[in-house]
Design a protein around this ligand. Structure first.
Ligand code: PEP
Length: 253
């Protein structure tokens, strides 16, 4: 199965910059599945600018509710209509900035699945939690609280995995620091064991992305680790050449 290299633009990107970005991606041959999650208003224009290039688009969040009186929130159904196939949920910036609990993330994941979107559910420990030896306990608790049971049985038409997990140590996001390869491998093994327990067969195959300061210079070693099924890339996804350099470091089957 090809790895998934997903870009999270966060609150970056402009309508004026879309054409050049899309041209940079269209120029490339990638050996991984590519996904870009721009700010929601850019999903449809980027889809159009990509002009059929094999790059999926996703959103960075969705509402718990599917429609209604929820000012400023984004409906998963509308995101799907705009061309999104995936939605990032429970990113640490949303957990911190918007007080999103794992219970809210689980409800959002249910809504996303019902709307036909593939949730990319983010988990990860803070630096203090790692330093105190609690990283695996914290991540397992986040998985237990954030994953809806629908992930065990639900399949999205045409898509192998109904969901994706992203392990993103909070202290590695945007800092240029990464865990050791041993720590990434140990955490991904722990996540795999938890997914099998929680979701059975679906948990055995669900991709587990690594995220946190992935860049062209460290991508090959991170992506080669056992149980790493791809990367969630923030800053380095803003330049198509860096994003593609990361994608071309993904191991080929
Ligand atoms: C992220 O925000 O998901 C992320 C991994 O950011 P960065 O790659 O910039 O550390």
């Amino acid at each position: 199965m090809p790895q998934l290299i997903a870009g999270n633009w966060k609150m970056n990107g402009t309508l004026a910059g879309i054409a050049a970005y899309a041209a940079g991606l269209r120029a490339a041959a990638a050996y991984a599945d590519l996904l870009i999650c721009p700010p929601a208003p850019l999903i449809a224009p980027l889809r159009a600018a990509l002009d059929g290039a094999p790059v999926a688009l996703g959103a960075q969040d969705c509402a718990v509710q599917r429609s209604g009186a929820h000012t400023g929130d984004l409906s998963a159904d509308l995101l799907a209509e705009l061309g999104a196939t995936h939605v990032i949920l429970g990113h640490s910036e949303r957990r911190a900035d918007h007080g999103e609990s794992s219970a809210i993330v689980r409800e959002k994941a249910r809504t996303a699945i019902a709307a036909g979107l593939i949730p990319i559910i983010c988990v990860g420990e803070t630096e203090a939690e790692r330093d105190s030896g609690e990283a695996e306990t914290v991540v397992r608790a986040q998985l237990a609280g954030s994953l809806p049971e629908e992930l065990a049985g639900q399949t999205v038409p045409g898509v192998f995995a109904p969901g994706v997990i992203a392990y993103e140590p909070v202290w590695a996001i945007g800092t240029g620091r990464t865990p050791t390869e041993e720590d990434v491998a140990a955490m991904h093994a722990s996540i795999r064991a938890a997914l099998r327990r929680q979701l059975g067969a679906a948990g055995a195959t669900m991709p587990i992305l690594y995220g946190g300061s992935v860049k062209p210079s460290n991508a090959a070693s991170l992506l080669a680790l056992p149980e790493v099924g791809g990367a969630l890339v923030g800053g380095a996804s803003l330049k198509p050449e860096d994003f593609l350099a990361i994608a071309s470091a993904a191991p080929r089957d």
